[in-house]
Design a protein around this ligand. Sequence first.
Ligand code: HEC
Ligand code: HEC
Length: 189
Amino acid sequence: MRLNCLVLWLMACILCTPSVHAQSLDNRLAQCAACHGEAGNSALEGIPSLAGQPDFFILNQLVLLREGVRKVDAMSEVVKGLEDAQIIAIAAHYAGLPPALTGEAPDPAKVARGSKLAAMKRCESCHGTNLLGDQQVPRIAKQRVDYLSAALKAYRDNMRTGADTSMSAMIFGLSDAELDDLAHYAASR
Ligand code: HEC
Ligand code: HEC
């Protein structure tokens, strides 16, 4: 009798544990989707798409966000108590989704100017071939124009908390118009 109870208890544990975990991960992903889009491509101004970002970039940023090193007010509640295992699962989830351009369409004249500037500044040397991202360096191809433009200005003006200094150095002294050109070019890739 006692043994039966133990077996039943063990079975209940084995059956329940994974679903409890999956449930909370699903809840997390539903919260993320409200801002970052159902399939990881954002329909909202100022909010970046996550689909197709390198696994390691998402993981790294989520740890920085959770620890408050990178501060994003809109996300301060949702990253509270994110477990390491959930961060790993979330990063793998978004890394596996196909990126799609959303938001403003790139302007051809700005794309042409941005292309020259990007070649001069060698953006691909860190952001990878076709700006698809690599390890801790984000994909900027097919990212929203408004987000890219705001992110570049934040780096230039040292307003991005927790940022790697390599970016601020790269675009030091560029004008708003030049940063806009770079944003349109990257989005168009
Ligand atoms: C209320 C809206 C909102 C919710 C909910 C939200 N985010 Fe965000 N997230 C943002 C905004 C806004 C930014 C960009 C902030 C900035 O300008 O730097 C961002 C940035 C990020 C970034 C950095 C991306 C990059 O390209 O730099 C990651 C990764 C991220 N969010 C993941 C998540 C995950 C995972 C969840 C769910 C657990 C989530 N977010 C929930 C609004 C939200
Ligand atoms: C020396 C390597 C390096 C070079 C060259 C470089 N970047 Fe970056 N870039 C990074 C790193 C690393 C990050 C992530 C930094 C962080 O943690 O905030 C980043 C982040 C960004 C972001 C933020 C994207 C997001 O999703 O939040 C944009 C936009 C960007 N870079 C654009 C550019 C452009 C445009 C160029 C060329 C003018 C460029 N970068 C050149 C290393 C580089």
